[in-house]
Design a protein around this ligand. Structure first.
Ligand code: PHE
Length: 441
């Protein structure tokens, strides 16, 4: 199967846009900037809305579809996914020389329109390896951006939902050759009217480098005014996990002696594991990286290491996925032996749409397992980014913490009570709540 980005490359084009117009998806393919453009000069020789373009070329919908003929199958799958997710727009930008494929997924701009800011939608920037299948990357971005719409809405953030993926080799943000790459990423972020922050795959220091040199529309690097997103995200996840544990096991010391299995000891999983341990939980941990496990050995109290392959089959009280998502399908749900699923991973269910999520959530509930969409409580990072951006003159970590506790902790408490009262899954109630909010805006 031919890949869409390969066709852009073969045709010496830079960009593909897929925009939803009612039920129709409208394609535009273009050479919208010089394919040999030196993005190290972004912000100096050219700005976000007018990159140099000596030989512009624009293909409308019919022509673009013809051009994409060899990737027809991929395009058809992508269109199904876009419709299922209800996305507004998808933008692919290819830098042939740098071999960077940067995709912007715009799920919804509703809450960001007319907010008085440059950024209309917020979501993180994730890197994927070059060898990962194109559709897998695109589907990941589509799912993540859809969750961002709901995450932002539920957290009262004045932005719509988006995500960015960059498929490229890892690079050292401090090296000279990185400058052009950083410029390209910054241009995509700025031209998309996006607010972005850290996600998986890039080093946190890259955020600082991007911000220092090119754009203030990326936030939350470790050197930023409020620091990195890891700890605040972990705080929100912990508040939700704790509230759910109280809901299930009673108000006092609900985690005492409980086996909490944390999958992934990254910038969210590690502090989360520490917080659970401080509440008397028995820690089980897993990570595919021996280095992460070694680092955890020094900072975590007593814990048992579980083979990464066996995580989903391991008996525990709380399963806490804190790495990649797309973990639970019907077959895996049938095998689970835990009581709660609460973790920092985004999009834990294998689903492309809300309808698919609701079905899987029902299967989980039928197994007596308590869970809710991660977007209801993984908003610590984007809340931090919003504070850094919107209150640039005097950002306050205390304010962010109070907001996280409210959104993720209190929010979980009221969500679980309402779900119980209405005899519905928390997932269904969470979606209903945000839809009511979006409909009213
Ligand atoms: N990566 C964060 C998330 O997925 C989003 C984020 C956006 C963080 C902007 C900071 C700033 O929730």
């Amino acid at each position: 199967m031919s890949a869409i980005y390969d066709i852009l490359a073969d045709s010496e084009l830079t960009s593909l846009r897929v925009a939803r117009r009612g039920q129709r998806l409208e394609l535009t393919m273009a050479r919208s900037w010089d394919p040999d453009l030196d993005f190290a000069r972004y912000g100096q020789d050219f700005h976000h809305d007018a990159p140099p373009n000596r030989q512009p070329l624009v293909l409308g919908d019919a022509q673009a579809r013809r051009k994409l003929g060899p990737a027809m199958e991929a395009l058809a799958q992508l269109e199904v996914a876009l419709r299922a997710g209800g996305h507004e727009q998808l933008r692919l930008e290819l830098h042939p020389k740098l071999d960077m494929r940067v995709t912007t997924y715009i799920h919804s701009s509703t809450l960001g329109r007319n907010n008085g800011l440059h950024g209309l939608r917020a979501g993180g920037l994730r890197r994927h390896e070059r060898q990962t299948a194109e559709l897998e990357v695109l589907q990941d971005g589509l799912n993540l951006s859809r969750a961002m719409t709901f995450k932002n809405a539920a957290a009262g953030i004045p932005f719509g939902g988006c995500k960015l993926t960059a498929q490229c080799d890892a690079f050292d943000p401090r090296s000279a050759e990185a400058v052009e790459r950083l410029g390209f990423l910054a241009w995509v972020i700025d031209s998309g009217a996006l607010i972005t922050g850290p996600d998986m795959g890039f080093s946190p220091e890259m955020i600082d480098a991007l911000q220092a040199r090119f754009t203030r529309h990326i936030l939350c690097g470790p050197g930023g005014r409020l620091g990195h997103t890891g700890a605040p995200t972990a705080r929100g996840v912990f508040k939700a996990l704790f509230a759910a544990a109280q809901h299930r096991w009673g108000p006092s010391g609900p985690l005492k002696g409980r086996r909490v299995l944390v999958q992934g000891l990254g910038s969210v999983g590690l502090p989360l594991a520490q917080m659970c341990a401080a509440e008397g939980a028995r820690l089980l941990v897993a990570d595919t990286s021996a280095r992460a496990l070694a680092a955890a050995r020094d900072v975590l109290p007593e814990h048992e290491v579980i083979d990464s392959e066996r995580v989903l089959d391991t008996e525990c009280d709380v399963l806490s996925p804190c790495a990649y998502g797309a973990l639970f399908d019907a077959e895996r749900i049938a095998r689970l032996s835990c009581q709660l699923i609460y973790g920092g991973a985004n999009n834990q269910l294998v689903a492309r749409s809300q309808a698919e999520e609701l079905k899987l959530a029902t299967l989980i509930a039928e197994r007596g397992i308590l869970t809710q969409p991660d977007w209801t409580y993984t908003s610590g990072g984007v809340l931090l980014g919003t504070e850094e951006y919107v209150n640039a003159a005097g950002p306050s970590l205390e304010r962010v913490h109070a907001r996280i506790d409210q959104v993720c902790g209190d929010g979980t408490r009221t969500l679980l009570e309402r779900a119980e009262r209405e005899a519905k899954t928390p997932t269904e109630v969470a979606y209903r709540q945000v839809e009511e909010l979006l409909a009213g805006s």
